[in-house]
Design a protein around this ligand. Structure first.
Ligand code: KG4
Ligand code: ZN
Length: 337
C-alpha cells in the first residue's frame, strides 16, 4: 500500500494506491481562495497546505480503510512547483516515512501527469506523453520510467494563456473551464489566430504571442454575446491548434506507437476531440486520463511512485531535495549517522 502526496501548486491531495489500483483519492482545491486575486498567491497557498495536509492524509487513509502502519512506502511530489507548497508535502512525507521506517520516493509532477493516463490501463511504448496544464506545457518521449523532454514551453503554458485571457475579460479564475463553457456555440474561425512556430525552428511551445494578440483585441473591442463566444471559441481553437501542430511534427520525428495527453487542460472537450481525431489519423493508441485525474491529484503521484519504488528508487531522508546553491556550500550537511 503506497501513500501519494501532492502539494506542488494549489491542490492539497493524498491518495492510497495498491498494485496500480486507486483505493482512495482526496483532492482539496484552494481555488476559492484565489478567485479574488485572479491567480495563485504562493504564501497563502503554502499556509493552506500546512493547515490541510494532515487532514487530507487522514481522509485518504480512512476512505481506503487503511491504517498508517499498513503503508509500505510513500511517494510525494518533489518538483517542479511553488517552493513553499512543495516543501509542505515533501517534508511531511519525509517525516512520515522516517517515523514509519518505510521508503520515500520523490516524484516529478509532470511525469506523474503523464502516468495519470495509465491508471486502469497499460501503456504501450514508445509513448509520446504530453502535459498541458496551468504551469506547464511539455512533451516527452517515454519508455517505461525513462523520460526525454522533446518540447516545452518557452514562455506561458497553455492553461496560463487561457487563465490570463479570461482574467483580462473579467470572467474569473481559473479561466480554462470558463472559456470552454462560453465558447460553446461560438465560431472557432471568427478570429484568425495563426498557429506559429518559433523563429529558431524548434518545436517548443510558445503561448505568450497568442495571449498578447488576444489581449490587444480585448483592449480594442467590446466583446459581448455572440461576439464573445466567437472570440473565445477562436482562442480555444488556436490554443489547441498549436498542440496539434507540435504533435504532428513530433510524431514524424520520434515515431511513437502511443500518445498520452494529460494535465489540467486535457479535461477540455475541444482538445480531447481534436487529439482523438489526430491519434486516429496516425493510428496511434491514445490515452487520455479520466477527467478526475486531469487536474492536480495525488492518485497519479502514488501510481507512478509505486512503480518507482518497485524499480528501487529511494530518497535519502537526510538530504535536501533541492539543489544546493553557492551560498549553502560549506555549510554542514546532516548525514544519516
Ligand atoms: O494540472 P493543473 O490542475 O495544474 C497545474 O499543474 O498547472 O492545471 C490547471 C489548468 C488551469 O490553467 C485551468 O484553467 C486549466 O487547467 N483547465 C482547463 C479546463 N479546466 C481546467 N482548461 C481548459 N478547459 C477546461 N475545461
Ligand atoms: Zn499539474
Amino acid at each position: 500500500m503506497i501513500l501519494g502526496i501532492e502539494t506542488s501548486c494549489d491542490e492539497t491531495a493524498a491518495a492510497v494506491i495498491r498494485e496500480g489500483k486507486v483505493l482512495s483519492s482526496v483532492v482539496r482545491s484552494q481555488v476559492d481562495l484565489f478567485r479574488e486575486f485572479g491567480g495563485i498567491v504562493p504564501e497563502i497557498s503554502s499556509r493552506r497546505h500546512l493547515e490541510l495536509i494532515q487532514i487530507i492524509v487522514e481522509e485518504a487513509l480512512s476512505r481506503a480503510g487503511v491504517g498508517v502502519g499498513e503503508l509500505a512506502g510513500i511517494a510525494a511530489t518533489k518538483k517542479p512547483g511553488l517552493i513553499g507548497s512543495l516543501l509542505v508535502g515533501y517534508s511531511y512525507a519525509k517525516a512520515l516515512a522516517y517515523g514509519l521506517s518505510v521508503p520515500l520516493v520523490g516524484v516529478d509532477h509532470l511525469h506523474s501527469h503523464v502516468y495519470s493516463a495509465e491508471i486502469g490501463r497499460k501503456f504501450e511504448f514508445p509513448l509520446l506523453g504530453v502535459v498541458v496544464s496551468g504551469g506547464h506545457t511539455a512533451a516527452y518521449m517515454v519508455e517505461g520510467l525513462e523520460f526525454k523532454v522533446v518540447a516545452r514551453t518557452r514562455d506561458d503554458a497553455a492553461g496560463e494563456a487561457l487563465d490570463k485571457v479570461a482574467k483580462k475579460l473579467g470572467l474569473g479564475y481559473p479561466g480554462g473551464p470558463i472559456v470552454e463553457k462560453i465558447a460553446v456555440g461560438g465560431d472557432p474561425y471568427a478570429f484568425d489566430f495563426p498557429a506559429v512556430r518559433l523563429k529558431d525552428g524548434s518545436l517548443d511551445f510558445s503561448y505568450s504571442g497568442l495571449k498578447s494578440q488576444a489581449i490587444r483585441i480585448i483592449e480594442r473591442e467590446k466583446l459581448e454575446g455572440k461576439r464573445l463566444k466567437d472570440f473565445l471559441a477562436s482562442f480555444q481553437r488556436a490554443v489547441v491548434d498549436q498542440i496539434i501542430d507540435r504533435l504532428q511534427a513530433l510524431v514524424e520525428i520520434y515515431k511513437p506507437v502511443a500518445l498520452a495527453v494529460t494535465g489540467g487542460v486535457s479535461v477540455n472537450s475541444h482538445l480531447r476531440e481534436r487529439v482523438s481525431r489526430f491519434a486516429e489519423s496516425k493510428k496511434l493508441n491514445l490515452y487520455l486520463p479520466e477527467k478526475k485525474y486531469c487536474g492536480d491529484n495525488a492518485a497519479m503521484v502514488g501510481y507512478l511512485g509505486e512503480k518507482l519504488l518497485k524499480a528501487g528508487h529511494r530518497e535519502d531522508l537526510f538530504s535536501t531535495p533541492f539543489p544546493r546553491t553557492e551560498a549553502s556550500k560549506g555549510t554542514k550537511q546532516f548525514s544519516a549517522g
